[in-house]
Structures are given as C-alpha cells and as structure tokens.
Ligand binder design. Structure first.
Ligand SMILES: Nc1ncnc2c1ncn2[C@@H]1O[C@H](COP(=O)(O)OP(=O)(O)O)[C@@H](O)[C@H]1O
Ligand SMILES: [Mg+2]
Length: 191
C-alpha cells in the first residue's frame, strides 16, 4: 500500500489496482459532528460517482464503501493537465455536457481531476459534487474549469472554443449555459 496523495479532507492510497480514499478526522470538529459529516460525505461522493457512471460519464468503478472509506478502480493514466490539447478539451466538453445533462454538477472541475486513460477521459474526485440542474450551477462548474485553463495552459482560447464544441454536442441548451459563463466572468471582473 502506497500513499499517493494527501489533501485537507482525504488521504489517497493505492493498493494493487484499487484506490482507497479515506476521509480523515478534523480535530477542530466535535467528534460526533465530525463522524457524521465524514460518513455523509463519503456516502454522497460514492453515490454520485456511481450515478455519473450509470449515466454514461466515465468514472472509477466503486468497489466498496464503508463509513469513511471508498474503494474504487485505479485510473492508471495521465492527469489532463499534463496532456491537454484542443482535441482532449473537446472531449472534456462532451463528458461535462453529459454529466450536466444527467443533473449532476462536479463542483471541482480542474485539469487534475480529469484523467486520460486508454484514449478516454475519466472524471474523478466527486467530493464537492451535487445534484443541480440550474444554469448558475452549471455555469460556475465550467467557469472553474476555464480558470484552470487560463492559469496553467498556453493557448487557452483554443481550448475554451474546443470545450464549447464538445459541450454543445451532449447538452441540449448548452448555449444558455455558455452565456451564463460569460456573465459569471464579467461579475468577477467588476467585483
Ligand atoms: N480513482 C483514482 N484513480 C487514479 N488516481 C486517483 C483516483 N482517485 C484519486 N486519485 C489521485 O489522487 C489525487 C487526490 O484525489 P482526490 O479524489 O482528487 O482527492 P481530493 O478531494 O483531496 O482532491 C487525485 O488528484 C489523483 O491524482
Ligand atoms: Mg482532487
């Protein structure tokens, strides 16, 4: 067993072909509250990963869920941030459009939470995901992704255009969401 990542909320270990995501305790929270929160977040994340997958969005297969732990398939590939091209950005648009059409919002769409494996993109880390069909929720989801494009990648304008193409292919009404993304951007500029 090897620890491959350790964030504020969870520790990620790799054991063979299985990732074990464990929600760690927060000492500043009362024990009972802490355990309730961790149990709920663990359950919700596992449920939404499965729901996305059932709906046709590539995500890791869930193998087991206990109180504070999710065991899931290891996606043995490259984070999108290391391999991004306009073509892969278009593919990202397709899976995000699919996710949104299923009524889900990812909540933390960065190029580290998207993994390229076997010619396909997988979404991971549903720790902040939720069910929401509003333009605002969808718009913010995409806005966050575009911000990671802008901060870490050359030629982000081409990536954004390619994304929109893929997104429009899988989400009916995508134009309305894209309009909202522009509005969210302008809010940010003048805030
Ligand atoms: N199923 C998985 N397959 C491959 N790598 C994973 C998987 N789950 C997590 N990771 C790796 O661990 C990192 C942190 O996991 P993540 O679920 O994003 O936790 P956090 O909520 O702390 O960001 C990811 O960025 C990725 O590198
Ligand atoms: Mg993450």
């Amino acid at each position: 067993m090897e620890i491959i990542a350790s964030g504020a909320e969870a520790v990620i270990a790799l054991y063979g072909n299985t990732i074990i995501k464990t929600r760690v305790n927060k000492r500043y929270r009362l024990k009972e509250i802490d355990e309730t929160l961790r149990r709920e977040r663990t359950r919700t994340e596992a449920r939404l990963i499965s729901e996305a997958r059932r709906c046709g969005v590539p995500t890791p297969i869930i193998k087991d869920v206990t109180d504070f732990e999710i065991k899931m398939e290891y996606i043995d590939g490259d984070p999108l941030k290391n391999v991004i091209t306009p073509e892969l950005s278009e593919q990202t648009g397709e899976i995000v459009g699919k996710l949104h059409s299923c009524g889900l919002v990812h909540g933390d769409l960065t190029t580290s939470n998207i993994i390229f494996m076997g010619g396909k993109l997988f979404l991971i880390d549903f720790g902040l995901a939720y069910i929401d069909r509003t333009l605002e929720a969808r718009g913010v989801d995409i806005h966050v992704l575009f911000q990671t494009f802008e901060s870490t990648h050359e030629g982000h304008e081409g990536l954004i255009e390619a994304f929109k193409k893929g997104y429009s292919r899988t989400l009916p009404g995508a134009e309305e969401v894209i309009k909202r993304v522009k509005e969210i951007e302008s809010r940010g500029r003048y805030a």
